[in-house]
Design a protein around this ligand. Structure first.
Ligand code: ZN
Ligand code: ZN
Ligand code: ZN
Ligand code: ZN
Ligand code: ZN
Length: 338
């Protein structure tokens, strides 16, 4: 059995639980803990939902941020926007003596606005386990990261079960509005020295709205942008300080500026958990990159019982520094106080 088939079987069984392989037949939610009542593993291990649900959530997250150009209006959706996830299909001829056949690889996500050559170079710079090739473990990892790094209850008070008052709901709404306007961004992939060209193109397109360009081809090649710098310029990665080759795509973050801040694709990670940032979604605070989860935790404490943020109410702190909502400081299975 090739490794590819193994992974496919695993992905097919994702309705059950990936955490305890086979013991659980399907996610059964607990009233407030995010764990599965059937097996005790986290909800994320069950990879609930699907691409359509992910795209709706990401669309909602990017709406109201400077990256709403990565979303598209839902027809008749009353202002609702859907994530324009850039899928990439690569077709290679298979050399054989008989009729030519083709080998097709689908990436569930690829950076926006690149030609295929650059997008492929970008993928090759990622560890293989992180390449979101459809049907492989890498694609599954991407979906898990969406759930872990960008929990829906960090974005929408309606998805929070622990907000206790109108005041807390308002604080949460304000918090989300602020981080969308001031902190959240999506990294852009470009050759060193060419960052910002995509952003300009998007701004120009936005100026031309409402005649939105028909969705589909992501052909727009990143042209030698307007930010030309001296030919002798050397580029260093803001993550590892290592040198960046001028032929290798790098990641830019608009919030960090387009001049000195750029990263190796593998170095574009959350400074708290070290995970690669899913779909390049970052939060920029204190001159550092964060995933959504860890940015939010830098502002509010997080309850280790229900995994939601503790917005403006008193909470318990354990000796180990873990924190709980008062009513969640108990075993989620038996309700016994800890
Ligand atoms: Zn399990
Ligand atoms: Zn389960
Ligand atoms: Zn680096
Ligand atoms: Zn993180
Ligand atoms: Zn809680």
């Amino acid at each position: 059995v090739s490794p590819q088939t193994c992974v496919k079987q695993k992905a097919g069984a994702a309705a059950g639980c990936l955490g305890c392989s086979g013991r659980c037949s399907g996610f059964q939610p607990h009233p407030w803990s995010k764990a599965c009542v059937a097996c005790g593993c986290s909800g994320v291990d069950h990879a609930p939902g699907g691409d359509a649900e992910d795209d709706q959530r990401m669309g909602r997250l990017l709406t109201g941020s400077p990256c709403s150009h990565l979303t598209t209006k839902v027809k008749g959706g009353g202002g609702l926007r859907l994530y324009k996830r850039n899928r990439m299909i690569v077709t290679n001829p298979v050399v054989s003596r008989k009729d030519p056949t083709f080998n097709t690889t689908t990436y569930d996500w690829a950076p926006a606005g690149l030609n295929q050559t650059l997008a492929m170079r970008y993928m090759q710079l990622l560890p293989e386990s992180q390449r979101p090739v459809s049907g492989t473990d890498g694609a599954l990892q991407r979906r898990r990261k969406l759930l872990v790094q960008l929990p829906v209850y960090d974005q929408d008070p309606m998805k929070c079960q622990s907000l206790a008052s109108q005041e807390e709901i308002s604080s949460m709404l304000l918090f989300v509005k602020r981080y969308k306007e001031e902190v959240l961004g999506v990294g852009e992939v470009a050759l060193p020295g060419e960052g910002g060209a995509l952003r300009e193109a998007a701004a120009q397109r936005a100026a031309k709205e409402p005649q939105e360009s028909p969705d589909g081809s992501s052909a727009g090649s990143s042209t030698n942008g307007t930010h030309e710098e001296s030919a002798k310029a050397e580029y260093h990665c803001s993550g590892c300080q290592g040198q960046l080759s001028k032929e290798s795509p790098a990641v830019y973050a608009e919030r960090a500026g387009y001049h000195s801040a750029l990263w190796h694709p593998g170095c574009f990670v959350c400074s708290a958990c070290g995970q690669g940032l899913v779909d390049l979604v970052y939060f920029w605070a204190n001159q550092k990159l964060f995933c959504g989860r860890h940015y939010c935790e830098s502002v509010w404490p997080r309850c280790c019982g229900c995994d939601e943020l503790i917005v403006g109410q008193s909470f318990h702190t354990g000796k180990d520094g873990r924190r709980w909502h008062k009513e969640h400081g108990c075993c989620w299975r038996c309700g016994q106080s800890l």
